[in-house]
Design a protein around this ligand. Structure first.
Ligand code: PGA
Length: 240
């Protein structure tokens, strides 16, 4: 695991964008796993800027969203699909058919999860998976206790996650979601984990330097052969 610490979240975002752009230049057909939330916003802004300046070409890139909330219309402004379209994808030269989302509106979400796994396999697996970390150590919506070999599935959200998500959803916070499993995530050939801010400092230290345990789902990344971590100073402040 390689850990890089940057002065602030803006620089972190720019460096993460450079990292992703360089992966796309090496492999123009990159299969890229995408995240939502606060964490990737600067990085996505920079990728959009790079794409506008023709510094990176997304025309053959394929993307897979890491997770989605259930019981929301996919057009909801804070569905993961809407967030990804609005903060990144609609500004890139990436064909619609190359964008993959977990379909929360499916009449059978469990089989939609299964189909997602198959689609990931069909395109040859994820080359680069972006990740953020939740305050409770979750990856995607793999909450504490999620098995390390879990696959894409429906999950219940914990109180910590629901409280956090109230910033977007107010009183109508989703109770369930769909998420790639920890096993699915660990099969990505390369991982880029990002975190910023003091609030993440404790969980970042536990995940990166504490015991590998399902109580801290992100701790499994210690076992990934090609995981890069990018932090700002605040998020890195509790690392030994
Ligand atoms: P955040 O969420 O990017 O909004 O901090 C991360 C997460 O909960 O996984």
């Amino acid at each position: 695991m390689k850990i890089f610490v940057y002065e602030n979240r803006e620089i972190l975002g720019k460096e993460a964008a450079k990292f992703i752009a360089s992966a796309i230049r090496k492999n123009p057909k990159l299969v890229l796993g995408l995240i939502t939330g606060e964490t990737p916003l600067e990085c996505y802004r920079e990728l959009v800027r790079m794409c506008e300046r023709d510094e990176v070409d997304f025309s053959q890139v394929k993307t897979f969203a890491l997770d989605e909330y259930l019981e929301l219309p996919s057009s909801h402004p804070y569905s993961c699909k809407s967030q990804l379209l609005e903060t990144l994808l609609r500004y890139l030269n990436i064909p619609h058919k190359n964008m993959h989302f977990l379909d929360a509106s499916s009449p059978n979400p469990a089989s939609a999860c299964q189909a997602y796994e198959e689609e990931i396999k069909r395109v040859g697996g994820i080359d680069l998976q972006l990740l953020g970390i939740g305050l409770n150590g979750h990856l995607g919506l793999n909450e504490p206790g999620s098995p390390f070999d879990s696959r894409t599935r429906i999950v219940e959200l914990t109180e910590t996650t629901k409280t956090y998500l109230a910033r977007y959803f107010g009183e109508r916070v989703p109770k369930k979601g769909m998420t790639m499993g920890l096993g699915t995530i660990m099969e990505a050939r390369e991982i880029l984990l990002m975190a910023h801010g003091q609030a993440k400092a404790d969980i970042v230290a536990k995940a990166l330097k504490g015991p590998v345990t399902t109580k801290v789902p992100a701790s499994i990344l210690q076992r990934h052969p090609a995981c890069t971590v990018m932090l700002d100073k605040a998020a890195a402040s509790r690392l030994p």
